[in-house]
Design a binder for this molecule. Structure first.
Ligand SMILES: *Cc1c(COP(=O)(O)O)cnc(C)c1O
Length: 393
């Protein structure tokens, strides 16, 4: 193929794995083999054993590397496997500066696993660059960013924090699960490692658990590749295929879901029973300008706090369309309860401190007609308001 600079949507379909060179098949073949016959005693072929390298997994790794504009991709058995393996780039005695409202599983990894290996951490409000600088220690070897954050959708200035990391001689990690390379490309903003739960938007259909990492530096790629092989939490071939299948529709899904999220956020903001709406696409979001500057959009996830836990409970029991579940980034809208789901691993006092209250809901907007979701939410809110009016009499 010529080297035209085609757009992201086009690259999702027309990449180096557009068809199988052996047969012309317009889908990457699933290579189940765990081992590969070697035809020469002294010279082994490209593949020898599937933990170390497998053509199906490699196709996904090539594709994500291209989409994130990195040089090397790595596929893991889950987002946490990708994140945990990336943390193995650190050594005992090292220190991590990390977003305070980071994903619950990442919080657990840092606070109850890495600490046992003498890898220390400091949680910071990543939106406050002065506190990021103040948290850096002589042994800081990584700054870990998740933006927009989960579940409060705080936005970190990726470039500014990556600059702080660079000056400190630390690596910068960015969890790009919420926006995907369709909307945000952290490597171009100075990040060293981009991480994904491909379970979410990248695969997009609530039918696979997978993780990805992308780097752009060959030396870092060699180290991460060796860790992937040593730790061994590689993605299986069926699942790699499912992620590739999902990726083909990433742009259209993100576009539809993001438009829906914008509409729903604007609707929720006007509702008297809704105390607060968290969505970086809203003009009054504290980091709206940073979001606009570093990404093509604010994504399809928003959170909102209802006026009380009682209202919250009636709301969840009344709405019909979204599934009530953990996870996000799927074709169906997903309503989740951060305090009891994604952030259950976080102690209650830590949650309260961060603003993850018992009446906070997170909504990941799917591919429904957003007007139907609004209709559903409105019916529930009207019903609750009626109940309140009767109770007040
Ligand atoms: C889900 C998620 C993870 C963890 O990924 P798994 O695939 O569930 O292991 C990490 N970061 C974010 C932001 C997530 O939403």
């Amino acid at each position: 193929m010529t080297d035209h600079d085609f757009s992201f949507e086009t690259k999702l379909l027309h990449n180096q794995h557009k068809f199988d060179p052996a047969t012309g098949g317009v889908s990457v073949p699933i290579q189940h083999a765990s081992t590969f016959h070697q035809s020469d005693i002294d010279q082994f072929g490209k593949y020898d054993y599937s933990r170390s390298g497998n053509p199906t997994r490699e196709a996904l790794e090539d594709i994500i590397a291209e989409l994130e504009e990195g040089t090397h991709g790595f596929a893991f058995s889950s987002g946490m496997a990708a994140i945990s393996t990336a943390f193995l780039l650190l050594s005992a005695g090292d220190h991590i500066v990390i977003s305070e409202d980071v994903y619950g599983g990442t919080f657990r990894m840092v606070t109850s696993v890495l600490n046992r290996f003498n890898i220390e951490h400091t949680f910071v409000d990543m939106t406050d660059l002065e506190s990021v600088k103040a948290a850096v220690q002589p042994n800081t070897r990584a700054i870990y960013i998740e933006t927009p954050s989960n579940p409060l959708l705080k936005v970190t200035d990726i470039q500014a924090v990556c600059d702080i990391a660079k000056k400190a001689g630390a690596l910068s990690f960015v969890d790009n699960t919420f926006l995907t390379p369709a909307l945000q490309k952290p490597l171009n903003l100075g990040a060293d490692v981009v991480l994904h739960s491909a379970t979410k938007f990248l695969s997009g259909h609530s039918d696979v658990v997978a993780g990805l990492a992308v780097v752009k530096d060959p030396e870092l790629a060699a180290r991460l590749g060796s860790l992937q092989n040593s730790f061994g939490a590689v993605l299986g071939v069926q699942d790699a295929w499912l992620v590739m299948r999902g990726l083909k529709t990433l742009s259209v899904r993100m576009e539809h879901s993001q438009k829906g999220a914008e509409k729903i956020a604007a609707y929720l903001k006007e509702q008297p029973l809704v105390k607060k709406v968290y969505y970086p696409g809203l003009a009054d979001h504290p980091q709206h300008a940073i979001q606009k500057g570093q990404s093509l959009g604010a994504g399809a996830v928003l959170s909102f706090e209802l006026e009380s836990e009682e209202i919250f409970r009636s709301f969840v029991n009344t709405v019909e369309l979204p599934v009530f579940a953990v996870s996000l980034g799927a074709v169906e809208s997903i309503l989740s309860y951060p305090a009891k789901m994604s952030h259950a691993a976080m102690p209650a006092d830590e949650r309260e401190k961060r603003g993850i209250t018992n009446s906070l809901l997170r909504l990941s907007v799917g591919l429904e007609n957003p007007d139907d979701l609004i209709k559903d939410f409105d019916a529930a809110l009207v019903n609750i308001a009626k109940g309140e009016a009767i109770a007040a009499k």
